[in-house]
Design a protein around this ligand. Structure first.
Ligand code: ADP
Ligand code: MG
Length: 386
């Protein structure tokens, strides 16, 4: 719902008016998958969809949270003395509140306090479009502005990441929160996850007669299931064996692979090192105005995620294969893996045929049909009204 309607819903729910409404977007990562926690490069852009929050301060130190996507009376917790343990035992359907609660608990160090929050979202959850970071970043921005805290956005992204790591127990990297807070309209964000430095890279695919389809495969994933953490641990083990601080620091891939006896670790290293190079290559193409050449790099990323990192899922492989057969320029799975979304790059005049071919491939196998979303590079988190 729009900001005005959400403000009205807040008034209805909490019997008082909100002090403001904030929005934080989801994201698509154009390329650079599972590179963020290896101190590498990523290239996300913000979507027009995201999480919106109507909010007002409370002077009793309580955080009160409701979501229009969760059918219950909400969750209220005193922030005083609250730590990650406070939410031990928060199971479904209350688990979602650990994301905003973690942000509010950590931000208290900067001088924020209690609040009533009402969330709404037009992002599918668990679709690899980062609804979790949008939820965290909307909360962070709202609390900072309500309490007059002038925090820099890169710092807020780290707070939101810590909330997800420490309060939700999901060992995510810094990409999603950075994308939600730092992206600008018409650009992708080239982020160096080691230094935290970022650059805005112009991204105008329609201007080059290209369409980027976002395909929600409607296959579910739960990132806290452990596979994400296992991949992360494998990368850390490989870096330790190679005597480098992070896989970002591998400069001679062939020599590194020779030093690793474990074929699984070799595959992980192969993906991370080549994926970092693909991010830099894509940035080079975008800066050169050579967007039409992006497709091969997207497909190479997908094959690497499928065969080396082993986190693709059947619907994602089917989507990429059907798209390529129908003449798409390239495509790849996005997000943590094991479910979620796929991006497909096609010439604008082929996009309809590619979309039809993907739907036909799902039908042929009796799979739930995928959803197609717009991929317009949009502004980062912001205040909506007054
Ligand atoms: P993704 O970030 O790719 O969407 P995650 O598993 O990281 O997937 O995060 C999804 C979780 O975030 C949901 O299971 C829910 O707990 C929480 N979430 C996201 N959006 C909302 C919302 N609008 N209301 C309540 N919880 C939400
Ligand atoms: Mg997430």
């Amino acid at each position: 719902m729009d900001a005005t309607s959400l403000a009205a819903a807040f008034t209805e729910a909490y019997r008082r008016a909100p002090e403001g409404v904030w929005h934080a977007p989801g994201r698509i990562n154009l390329i650079g998958e599972h590179t963020d926690y290896n101190d590498g490069f990523v290239l996300p852009f913000a979507l027009a969809r995201g999480v919106t929050v109507a909010a007002a301060r409370r002077d009793d130190g309580v955080l009160e949270m409701r979501s229009l996507q969760v059918a219950d009376a909400g969750v209220s917790v005193a922030l005083d003395g609250a730590g990650p343990k406070t939410i031990d035992g928060w199971t479904e359907p209350r688990r979602w509140a650990a994301y905003p609660f973690g942000v509010a608990a950590l931000l208290r160090e900067l001088g924020t306090g209690g609040a009533s929050l009402l969330f709404d979202s037009d992002l599918p959850q668990g679709a690899g479009l980062s609804s979790s970071a949008a939820l965290e970043c909307a909360t962070a921005l709202a609390l900072c502005e309500l309490y007059g805290i002038d925090a820099d956005r890169a710092g807020l992204a780290r707070v939101a990441q810590r909330a997800e790591n420490e309060y939700v127990g999901m060992p995510c990297g810094i990409m999603d929160q950075s994308a939600s807070l730092l992206c600008t309209a018409g650009h992708a964000l080239m982020l160096d996850c080691r230094s935290g430095l970022s650059a805005q890279v112009p991204l105008d695919l329609p201007g080059k007669d290209l369409t980027l389809l976002v395909v929600n495969t409607n296959a579910r994933h739960t990132l806290t299931d452990g596979d994400y953490g296992r991949r992360r641990a494998e990368c850390e083990r490989a870096a330790a064996l190679l005597d480098v601080p992070a896989l970002r620091d591998v400069t001679d891939l062939a020599a590194a692979l020779d030093r690793l006896p474990d074929p699984v670790l070799r595959r992980r290293v192969q993906h991370v090192v080549t994926e970092n190079h693909r991010v830099e290559a894509v940035v080079g193409l975008l800066r050169a105005g050579a967007e039409t050449e992006l497709g091969a790099l997207l497909t190479a990323s997908h094959l690497s995620l499928r065969d080396q990192y082993e986190i693709s899922w059947p619907e994602a492989d089917l989507t990429v294969e059907a798209a390529l057969r129908a003449g798409a320029r390239g495509g790849r799975m996005v997000g943590g893996g094991f479910g979620g979304s796929v991006i497909v790059l096609a010439a604008a005049d082929r996009a309809g045929a590619v979309q039809d071919a993907i739907v036909a491939a799902y039908r042929e196998r009796g799979l739930t049909e995928p959803d197609f979303l717009d991929a317009v590079p949009s502004p980062g988190a912001r205040r909506c009204v007054n």
